[in-house]
Write a protein that binds this ligand. Structure first.
Ligand SMILES: Cc1ncc(COP(=O)(O)O)c(C=O)c1O
Length: 477
């Protein structure tokens, strides 16, 4: 297929150039009517903000330009079908889960998944068996689930309807999933991969191996995260005999707006075009420039660029994790950068993560100077990385959680000591290490409470429960 083409974007431009009058939604009439206050910035994008007009197709029943743009995307990624998503990987994760499991169906799920995965399981009313990831001592974050853990879970639960994995993690750490996918396929079990952060992996080396190449059945990409696409623009790809395309289509039309944004969809068309052109050109220049940037960062005494040393992990070139070597925490480092106008993607207790652009000539040398400048008055002595606490859970969760049952329970908040034996009505996610200590629906054990108490004493932060520091937990009754 001709990857130079941009069918959806080109049709929108064509329509804007030729229409005479708009008597349809949206109310801004291609920007002719708009608050003057916003026109300077909005004017151009409104020219593309159309609706399902003749010639512009319909996302939910595509026949012409959207169908063609999606087909070009599928061809580039080497899959049977690609769907454009206008509500992020969030909606892709929800739809892929709903399409493979229903109430009380058992699924094997990576424990450190994005909340959209957990929400999908809740909506489906599925039974989840959570698989714990390895903790990476260099980057000090949860990474992948070991092959052996997944294989053992497949042995233990041959009735599983799907394996749901997240690869890479937020820090760009990825593993080759081929072997575990083959193992699941031998049993007729599909593997769904949230590859939100890896839409560009299809380029190939030096990027990690893409989930599609590893044989995954469904793969979800936040195109907007690492490709030049508008926020929320994402793809869902299917290459499978085990998953129903029709079911995915059905859930996507339930979950996505009946008036999907044309600017977002056109940006997906253009992001695919951009990626296709880079793939052809090769990425040597981009690699060289990123390497120079990393070398420069490593000359700054207050920080160190960290990578996993795990032999199975490949780190995405576009994700650069800088760890503190100063008295500042990761959060404080980020503040320091922001004071100098540099806005990274995120920070944790030790690290700051930069998402680099998939582009050459992006003035990384100027960024490096600004980073140096922002840290010049920060002491590089006296840093101490805190210990990472142990956790009481096994690699494969002991009991499946039935989200169908949870829907019927009521909940209350009780002191820690009264919570033992009840099911948690909240997630408890300590940072570090960021692996959920308790999932909603897991039975609270004495060991959980002891761990939470130890973590509080050691100054950990928590996501999930709002009552932890009052020594209380939300439980189902
Ligand atoms: C691993 C992962 N999956 C899914 C999502 C949701 O993606 P989106 O923001 O495109 O809805 C995120 C968002 O950060 C994520 O990190």
């Amino acid at each position: 297929m001709d990857q130079q083409k941009t069918p959806l974007y080109s049709s929108l431009v064509q329509h804007y150039r030729h229409y005479l009058e708009s008597f349809h939604v949206p109310g801004h009439k291609f920007g002719a009517i708009f608050s003057p206050k916003g026109l300077t910035f909005f004017r151009d994008i409104l020219k593309l903000d159309a609706t399902e007009l003749t010639g512009l197709d319909d996302l939910h029943a595509p026949e012409s330009v959207i169908a063609e743009s999606q087909a070009l995307t599928a061809a580039l990624y080497g899959v049977n079908h690609s769907f454009f998503l206008v509500n992020g990987s969030t909606v892709g994760n929800l739809a892929m889960i709903l399409s493979v499991c229903g109430e009380d169906d058992l699924v094997l799920v990576q424990r450190n998944s994005h909340k959209s995965i957990i929400n999908g399981l809740m909506l489906a009313g599925a039974k989840a068996v959570y698989l714990s990831p390895e903790f990476d001592p260099e980057v000090r974050v949860p990474a992948h689930v070991k092959k052996d853990t997944i294989k053992a879970a497949l042995e233990q639960y041959p009735q599983a309807k799907a394996v749901i994995l997240t690869n890479p993690n937020y820090y760009g750490m990825a593993v080759d999933l081929t072997e575990v996918i083959e193992e699941a396929h031998k049993r007729g079990i599909p593997v769904l991969v949230d590859e939100a952060h890896g839409a560009h992996f299809t380029i190939g080396s030096p990027f990690p191996k893409s989930a599609v190449e590893c044989g995954a059945d469904v793969v979800v990409h936040s195109a907007h995260k690492t490709l030049p696409a508008m926020t929320m623009g994402s793809y869902l790809h299917v290459k499978s005999n085990l998953v129903s395309l029709e079911k995915i289509r059905y859930y996507l039309q339930i979950l996505q707006s009946s008036s999907p944004s044309y600017p977002i969809m056109a940006s997906l068309d253009l992001a695919r075009h951009y990626l296709a052109m880079i793939k052809q050109e090769g990425i040597n220049e981009i690699t060289k420039q990123i390497q120079q940037f990393i070398n420069g960062l490593n000359e700054i005494p207050q920080i160190k660029v960290v990578y996993s040393k795990h032999p199975e992990i490949t780190t995405d070139l576009l994700k650069v994790t800088v760890q503190t070597r100063s008295s500042l925490s990761g959060f404080e480092l980020r503040q320091q950068f922001e004071k100098h106008g540099i806005f990274p993607e995120m920070a944790d207790a030790h690290n700051v993560v930069f998402v680099l652009p998939l582009a050459k000539d992006f003035h990384l040398d100027k960024t490096l100077k600004n980073i140096k400048e922002s840290l010049k008055d920060v002491q590089s002595e006296g840093f101490k990385l805190p210990d990472i606490p142990d956790h009481p859970y096994g690699k494969i969760a002991e009991e499946p959680i039935s989200y169908r049952d949870l829907k019927t329970y009521s909940q209350k908040v009780v002191p820690f000591h009264e919570a033992v034996g009840y099911k948690a009505a909240t997630m408890v996610i300590p940072y570090p290490p960021g692996i959920p200590l308790l999932m909603k629906g897991e039975t609270i054990m004495k060991e959980h409470i002891e761990s939470i108490q130890q973590l509080i004493d050691r100054g950990a932060r928590f996501q999930g429960s709002s009552f932890i520091f009052e020594k209380q937990l939300e439980i189902y009754t």
